[in-house]
Design a binder for this molecule. Structure first.
Ligand code: ADP
Length: 491
């Protein structure tokens, strides 16, 4: 019986892998050999004349080089943002500000194909994801916040909301353009000006966004985009004339930033790591839940702070869920991110691949059952097979620490109280998922899970109208929706 099923599945998987290649064309996007800093509406060389390369993780090829901004470049960018704030942006009628934000939204839409290609080449994510998720959602954020710009008195009635001033924004490499949109759109809509620093491995869509902002004729200095690594980010955080720091990234760096602003008046929001529980009850629609598990952990190679990386399955359906999950994993196509059939693209950097492999080694050494799909991997580039560990102990490092890759730990539970305890027994609290047929169970869990976002019978759904943010070591402050506006205003 098992043999027949395996043969049938094997046939199905072989035919899935034999899909003809469907590559997106690189030619539809133009990547310049070098990008300078975007300061005061112009592209400027860095003061130390230093540049660093950004490469395609799927091929190892150098794509371009970007400027390495030092403290004096950061200072220039902050000064430009301050002047633009005082002289232009805070005085501009909100209806006018809204038009600029709308214009950026429209231009992101118009250039969506080009941006998707650049995102995929620079970061390694499947083109299907950048095309269907990252870029449209980024445009939606600009549209959504453009709509609020002249309605702040309805958002915060009788409170006379005022902008904060200059916002320093630091973003990670997993959703580069989308994170830039999450940061820039609410800041502009509320009348702040911006200095944004993209992550060092994925700066290219931010530089394309800088071109869009220039073309949109935004007043010079309202948005400045400076590239560099941690030292550039640290200089921005420490700059005395920055009023607000918005950071998305690792908990370790979040703690450094929090310490650095502790004795200042800077406002701060931190969106940090996660280790989300995804909880499957025995009355859940199992096939849909398996899709939700796959989406929860393998979307964007698991480089997702809210990834459903800890799976809790009610004991009575454990065997069924794991069997169906393994079958589904075997159909996933890992490979060329530019191919429209690819499900799992390249790991973003060598450093990240090493880190994930280190955790896989820990799981193996601790004696858990590991399963990896046996799909073929490209001969070059940074790739990893989707991986699960079953019967993992709650105390294991692989169940407690953020791996930020396509690696899932699986545990069982018997009762609601037990799974609530296990789910909350983790330093993070960014998101969670609950799969059940019973509304009452959903309400019971959503009120008891210590997580900023709880998805019910779905996972990894994002919308500009919905606030997003963490509890505990996942940070504080909310982005998205009305909550996202309040992070950029004072009363
Ligand atoms: P990850 O672990 O996901 O790479 P990091 O937290 O290291 O995330 O990086 C997120 C962003 O924070 C990147 O833009 C990075 O350059 C920046 N960064 C790293 N170190 C610092 C620091 N000490 N101060 C400010 N920004 C930093």
């Amino acid at each position: 019986m098992a043999r027949t099923r395996n043969n049938t599945l094997k046939l199905k998987f072989d035919s899935a892998r034999k899909l003809s290649p469907a590559p997106e064309s690189k030619g539809a996007a133009k990547i310049k050999p070098r990008y300078d800093l975007f300061i005061n509406g112009k592209f400027e060389k860095p003061s130390n004349k230093k540049y660093f390369s950004t490469t395609n993780p799927a091929t190892g090829e150098k794509l371009s080089e970007v400027a390495d901004a030092n403290a004096s470049d950061v200072d220039k960018a902050v000064k430009a943002a301050r002047v633009a704030y005082e002289k232009v942006w805070k005085k501009m009628p909100a209806t006018e500000r809204a038009k600029y934000v709308y214009r950026i939204a429209r231009m992101v839409q118009e250039r969506a194909r080009e941006l998707a290609i650049v995102e995929t080449m620079d970061g390694g994510k499947p083109i299907r994801e950048s095309r269907d998720f990252d870029i449209p959602t980024a445009a939606n954020h600009f549209f959504y916040y453009a709509g609020w710009a002249d309605k702040l008195e309805y958002a915060f009635p009788n409170r006379n909301a005022k902008p904060l001033g200059v916002a320093g924004q630091i973003i990670p490499w997993n959703f580069p353009l989308l994170m830039a949109a999450w940061k820039i759109a609410p800041a502009l809509a509320t009348g702040n000006t911006v200095v944004l620093k993209p992550a060092e491995t994925t700066p290219l869509t931010a530089m394309h966004l800088a071109e869009i902002i220039q073309e949109a004729d935004l007043p010079p200095g309202v948005v400045n985009i400076i590239t560099g690594a941690g030292a550039t980010g640290a200089a921005l955080v420490k700059h005395p004339d920055v009023n607000k720091i918005a950071f998305t990234g690792s908990t370790d760096v979040g703690k450094i930033i929090q310490r650095s602003v502790a004795d200042t008046n800077k406002k701060i929001t931190l969106e940090l790591g996660g280790k989300a529980p995804n909880i499957i009850f025995d009355d859940a629609p199992i096939d849909q839940a398996v899709e939700g598990i796959v989406n929860g952990i393998f979307f964007n190679q698991g480089h997702v702070c809210c990834a459903g990386s800890r799976l809790y399955v009610q004991e009575s359906v454990m065997d069924e869920v794991v069997r169906k999950l393994k079958d589904r994993m075997d159909t996933l196509i890992v490979g060329d991110p530019m191919d429209k059939n690819t499900d799992i693209g390249a790991i973003n950097s060598k450093q990240q691949l090493d880190k994930i492999n280190e955790y896989i080694k820990i799981g193996i050494n601790e004696g858990y059952d590991m399963y990896q799909s046996n799909c073929s991997l490209p001969g070059r580039g940074l790739f990893l097979r989707p991986t699960i560990f079953t019967h993992v102990a709650q105390s294991s490092r692989i169940a407690q620490e953020e791996i930020f890759g396509p690696v899932l730990t699986i545990q069982t539970f018997r009762t609601d109280d037990e799974v609530i305890q296990k789910a909350n027994n983790n330093p993070y609290g960014l998101s969670a998922g609950v799969w059940t047929d019973k509304g009452s169970k959903i309400f019971n869990l959503t009120t008891k899970l210590r997580a900023g976002v709880v998805w019910a019978n779905t996972f990894n759904k994002f919308d500009p109208t919905s606030p997003f943010g963490g509890y505990k070591e996942s940070g504080y402050g909310r982005e998205g929706g009305l909550h996202g506006l309040s992070a950029y205003i004072s009363f």
